[in-house]
Design a protein around this ligand. Sequence first.
Ligand code: SF4
Ligand code: ZN
Length: 317
Amino acid sequence: MVVRMKCSFCKQDAIYVRPYDKSALCIAHFNEKIIRRVQKTITKYKMFVRKGRIAVGVSGGKDSIALLDVLTKVEHKFPESEIVAITIDEGIEGYREEGMKFAKKHVERLDLEHHIFSFKKDFGYDLDEIIRILGERGNEREYGACSYCGILRRKLLNLAAREVGANVIATGHNLEDEAETILLNVIRGDTLQLGRLDPHPRKIHETLIPRAKPFRLTPQAEIVMYCYINDLEYQEIQCPYAVEAFRGIVRDFIFKTQEKQPMLCFSIVRGQDKIRPVLQTVKATKTLQNCQKCGEATTNNLCKGCWLKEKIESIEQ
Ligand code: SF4
Ligand code: ZN
């Protein structure tokens, strides 16, 4: 006879055991715990205001699809706040089309506004073209594709959020993503950036829409499980450029160490919470100003997006 494990909170069969506290959860309690944790994260870090317009960045991957679903449930209780979805089309052949399909499907299902922006339309080049023009990594091209993609995606997501009148941008970064970013900044010795990694969205420049990460304390495995038990289809294939990312090395370290130390990422993120007030006393050597070309926030004369455009145009000439 097969004896099924029971939920720690009721008599139903458990479908998931959390490795960090050994709680066994049935479907109903699993969903309840995920939603409650997101609610607590939003409250703890004062992520949203009551009458806010929240722009959710939806790529079509598991994190953004789950975030959109969870946030509509959480924000349902706050009818004065509004959720809109934004998808950025970087222009990655054989990859972005599928993500877009899942993004559209879920935005329609949840009956939300969907705004789609593309590198091609707003920047003049899609990512595939940029990488082709910049050349081989290690030869002509200095950085991995993700660096260029990140520069443009951050800029475009901010522009998009402003254009749709959002007062905050919510992204699907999960607990492991956050721990990874913290470790990367430690490895680089970037104490300024480590302090700037602030879960409370702050307006630091008139052109910048503050960002929130409601999954900051939600492990990736629980997001995958949430999608599975709620039948949320998402894009599973990896971006063809992901292999170029240095992040991958830190990510592997996290997932290997986490097998033996299930609290690892919680400890890293909580540690950053504790030392952040001290880190925020580190003075920036450069202050934010407006880009001379496009007016967006930057610490140099040109923002990174305009710097990249000039670089590409100079190669193309
Ligand atoms: Fe962009 Fe890198 Fe993400 Fe691909 S993996 S979408 S190149 S940031
Ligand atoms: Zn600029």
